[in-house]
Design a protein around this ligand. Structure first.
Ligand code: SF4
Length: 234
């Protein structure tokens, strides 16, 4: 007997996307980030019934995701769009008493940050060295909270709080997996508001030749650098 065809749902991402990475983290089979990390894109349809479309639509803080093929059910009562902006957070200490508009204007005139600095917020500012017995990965983390008017309006600090980390070798020994996430509620409030500022990242880095047998890591909070050392399985 022929199997019933599974109907598929398709999504699209509009130019309103702020590259916060939330859809790519939560629904990696459906969304990926473009090479420049400026816009997410929908890469594959999803079988009907696998997800509630509202869970996918509501993951986006700026309403950039829409269902373009499939039937959208009525919005579920009680489910809400995810937003850090609504988080109840204490007003921060005011380090500079001038009006926030003036402080933002000053920051804006300093110009755009580099691509490398932007990649730090995705865990992608990495370098690697190889010795006979080890791989040495260095991950540069952001030193500064990204510029945005709300950074000044909400009196957020300029210095980025430290990320938390989890680093491991995968079961085959051929890849390292590391994730980082921000726990500071005041600064996380800017994620989903500012461009290219996810509140977490998850990266996998392939080891070039030999597999690894042991992994160690050390975070230097002064330099905002995470060093990962992998002993080769030789
Ligand atoms: S803003 Fe974030 S959640 Fe929305 S489409 Fe862009 S990356 Fe995905």
């Amino acid at each position: 007997m022929a199997e019933a065809a599974v109907s598929m749902e398709e999504y699209a991402v509009s130019e309103a996307c702020i590259a916060c990475d939330a859809c790519c983290n939560d629904f990696p089979d459906i969304f990926i980030m473009n090479a420049d990390h400026t816009l997410a894109k929908a890469i594959a349809p999803s079988p009907k019934g696998r997800f509630d479309p509202w869970d996918i639509i509501y993951v986006c803080p700026v309403d950039a995701i829409s269902l373009i093929k499939g039937e959208l059910p009525p919005p579920p009562a009680g489910k809400k769009k995810k937003t850090h902006e609504e988080a109840a957070v204490d007003a921060g200490p005011i380090e500079d008493n001038r009006p926030w508009e003036i402080r933002w204007d000053e920051a804006r005139r300093r110009g755009e940050e580099s691509y490398w600095d932007r990649m730090k917020r995705y865990g992608m500012a990495t370098t690697m060295e190889e010795t006979v017995n080890q791989y040495l990965f260095r991950v540069a983390l952001p030193a500064r909270v990204p510029e945005h008017p709300m950074k000044y309006k909400w009196n957020l600090p300029d210095k980025m709080p430290d990320y938390k980390f989890d680093v491991k070798l995968d079961a085959t020994g051929g890849k390292i997996q590391f994730k980082g996430w921000l726990e500071d509620d005041r600064v996380r409030r800017l994620c989903g508001v500012s461009n290219s500022f996810p509140d977490r990242f998850l990266r996998e880095l392939e080891l070039p030749s030999e597999k690894g047998k042991e992994i160690k890591f050390n975070y230097n909070p002064q330099e905002k650098v995470l060093d990962i050392v992998i002993d080769k399985a030789v």
